[in-house]
Structure formats: structure tokens, C-alpha cells
Design a protein around this ligand. Structure first.
Ligand SMILES: Cc1cc2nc3c(=O)[nH]c(=O)nc-3n(C[C@H](O)[C@H](O)[C@H](O)COP(=O)(O)O)c2cc1C
Length: 203
């Protein structure tokens, strides 16, 4: 059985979601998947980025990470999307990437894959769930198979978000609980995608 192809497609301005994405990549690799870690292109004007040194620094720090493209989605059996909460919604650079995928969608190339999402917000009730659910709207349109973490691992009772891994950035960078939750979410997504792949292979 060939390994599951897992694409982790994320946006991060200041590194929080990037840290979760890296943990998800670790979890996916440990579960036996081939993993592509991909950032989406920055869409903010350079003057907005340079006005916040931590934003500019993060862009420099992640310059070597490849940008997501359509082939990553086509290649993937499962896609994990990561985004900061922006006014209770996914960040616009991720939406901008998603909104280029019409031709793939039209050809049915986004259907039947496993999808899941993770996020960060500045405050505990700042819109983590609404952000993940908003991405879910897109997964429905694509005919995706949504695999949330639920409470399927003890870490979920500590991290506390069954919709998807999330972290309160206002408390500092993601600690071991959030990173463990991201690893678990990726493992679970890979497990579901592997079962589907095996079932389809047998059909
Ligand atoms: C335009 C904008 C809108 C934001 N809206 C919210 C929000 O609705 N709720 C919240 O808790 N944090 C909000 N934040 C804070 C971000 O969610 C937080 O900085 C982000 O999760 C950090 O992730 P990153 O380090 O990966 O960029 C907002 C930030 C920006 C720049």
C-alpha cells in the first residue's frame, strides 16, 4: 500500500500557526505519511509587513518553505489547513489561495479527500471555532471528508478543542499540549486517509 500523501497548507504572520503546522508535519510523518509542508503566499503589502518587526522576521525565517500550489492539493490524499483567526474568520492569504482552486474543484479533483483544520487566536474566545467551521464550509463545497480530532486522544481533554487544534497566541508560543494536539490531529487524519485509500484500492 503506498503511503498517504498529506499536504499541510497554512498561513502564519508571526509564527504561531507555523509552529502548529510543523508539529502536524511531525505527527503525519510519524504516522507514515509523505508530507508536504506548504505556506501560502503573503498577500499583505510590504509596508504593512515591515511595520511589524515580528511579522517581517517570520517571513524571513520561513523563506525556505515552499509556497502551496494546486499540485499539492491534487497530490494529497489528505489536507490539513492552518490559519490564524482574523475577526473570527480564516486569514485572507489562505482564502486567496483557496479561491484560486476553482479549476480543480470544477474537475472534481478536490472531492473525496480528507480535510481538517487548525488555528490560533489572540484570545480564548476570539473565534477559533468559527474560523475552523468557516473552512469547513469550503470542505463541504469540495465534497471533502471532514475528519476533526474530537476527543479521540487524552490530549484533547487538555487542549479542549474538538473542532481542530487551536492555540491562544496571547498566552505565548504553542506549548507541548497544543503541539501534541497538532501531532494527534495529523495522525488521525492520516489514519482516516489510509483506511480510505486501502478501501478504494481493494474496491
Ligand atoms: C487583522 C487581524 C484580525 C484578528 N482578529 C482576531 C480575532 O478575531 N480574535 C482573536 O482572538 N485574535 C485575532 N487576531 C490575532 C491573531 O489571531 C493572532 O495574532 C494569530 O493567531 C497569531 O498567529 P500567527 O502567529 O500564526 O500569525 C487578529 C489579528 C489580525 C492581524
Amino acid at each position: 500500500m503506498p503511503p498517504v500523501n498529506l499536504a499541510i497548507v497554512y498561513y502564519s504572520a508571526t509564527g504561531t500557526v507555523h509552529a502548529l503546522a510543523e508539529a502536524a508535519a511531525e505527527g503525519g510523518e510519524k504516522a507514515g505519511a509523505d508530507v508536504r509542508l506548504r505556506k501560502v503566499a503573503e498577500t499583505a503589502p510590504p509596508e504593512a509587513v515591515s511595520a511589524r518587526p515580528e511579522w517581517a522576521q517570520h517571513l524571513r525565517d520561513t523563506a525556505d518553505i515552499a509556497e502551496a500550489c494546486h499540485d499539492d492539493l491534487e497530490w494529497a490524499d489528505a489536507v490539513l489547513f492552518g490559519t490564524p483567526t482574523r475577526f473570527g474568520n480564516p486569514a485572507s492569504p489562505l482564502r486567496a489561495f483557496i479561491e484560486t482552486t476553482g479549476p480543480l474543484w470544477f474537475q472534481g479533483k478536490l472531492a473525496d479527500k480528507v480535510y481538517s483544520a487548525f488555528t490560533a487566536s489572540n484570545t480564548a474566545h476570539g473565534g477559533q471555532e468559527s474560523t475552523i467551521l468557516a473552512l469547513g464550509n469550503t470542505f463541504y463545497h469540495w465534497g471533502g471528508i471532514i475528519v476533526p480530532p474530537g476527543y479521540t486522544d487524552p490530549v484533547q481533554f487538555q487542549s479542549g478543542n474538538p473542532y481542530g487544534t487551536s492555540h491562544v497566541a496571547g498566552d505565548g508560543p504553542p506549548g507541548e499540549v497544543a503541539l501534541q494536539a497538532a501531532r494527534h490531529q495529523a495522525r488521525r487524519v492520516v489514519g482516516a486517509a489510509a483506511a480510505l485509500k486501502a478501501g478504494r484500492g481493494a474496491a
